[in-house]
Design a protein around this ligand. Sequence first.
Ligand code: ADP
Length: 296
Amino acid sequence: MELKQRLADIEVPRDRVSVNRKLGEGAFGIVLGGGEVQLKNQWIPCALKSLRDTASNSEKCTFLSGEATLMRQFKHSNIVCLLAVSTQEEPFYAIMEMCLHGDLKTYLISRRVHAREPGEFSASLPTTLTNFAIDIAKGLEYLHGVKYIHRDVALRNCLVTDKLTIKICDFGLAREVSDKKDYYRFDRRGMLPVRWMSPEAIQYGLFTYKSDVWSYAIVLYEIVTFGKFPYGSRSNEEVCDAVKRGDTLLEHLPVDVNPLLRNLMACCWSFEHDKRPTMTEVAEELARHPGCVAAC
Ligand code: ADP
């Protein structure tokens, strides 16, 4: 398989990989962690995605050509690093760096009660949350710089390391953008993260860098509310109709959201995608106002 050759230089034999607990369930299979992979005679902590035994050949190709091949091209401190693959026997493994605290959504929800207590974080809570937001913005800025649209930007797809650095993961939906077009039209209407999607993505399946910017502002909502579900109890259909009509989460923001952050989110939720800022502008704006992403 040509795809396997593209990953051959990061192939490791199965006896150089150890894992010992399930971290989560993904679209293609399970995510295992708490293990190590031996690379250049060194054992490194890792997590891995393991493809379901029942996966079809086309799912195997999607897994290798999608996440694994994409992820190996990315080198940035706010993007999860693919360390190796193990595809000589089944199930196939995509082996990633381990992010000790798991995904940011679970991390924040489990800290709702104690987050404001002294000593919970080494920096103040607003500084910590703003740093999380800046990390995600920088990860997206990098992806856009190398011409990728993530298309599934959400708090659940941001991982937290032992040093509280945030790394974007889950490239199952990411797509490369050719030089001529800065958008990607998605016509296979499968499972779509509608609550994070922009009006043009919902209406026309049109994904641009700016549709990632829209989703990023939904992530800001998730951060300040410590993991609330966007649009609450509304159904997916109701959300789609509302967003297509021009509704945003601005009306649902807690009253004490920092006005500067509210304004930034409003810009990111501009109905017309070319009016939204770039991720570089967003990252710069947040860096100019340390602590503006405060819990509400
Ligand atoms: P999928 O997108 O296919 O549903 P994910 O990539 O979101 O699968 O992984 C499922 C869960 O596994 C995540 O929500 C996270 O809790 C955990 N996880 C995934 N990758 C890692 C990693 N590198 N380090 C730690 N936990 C991880």
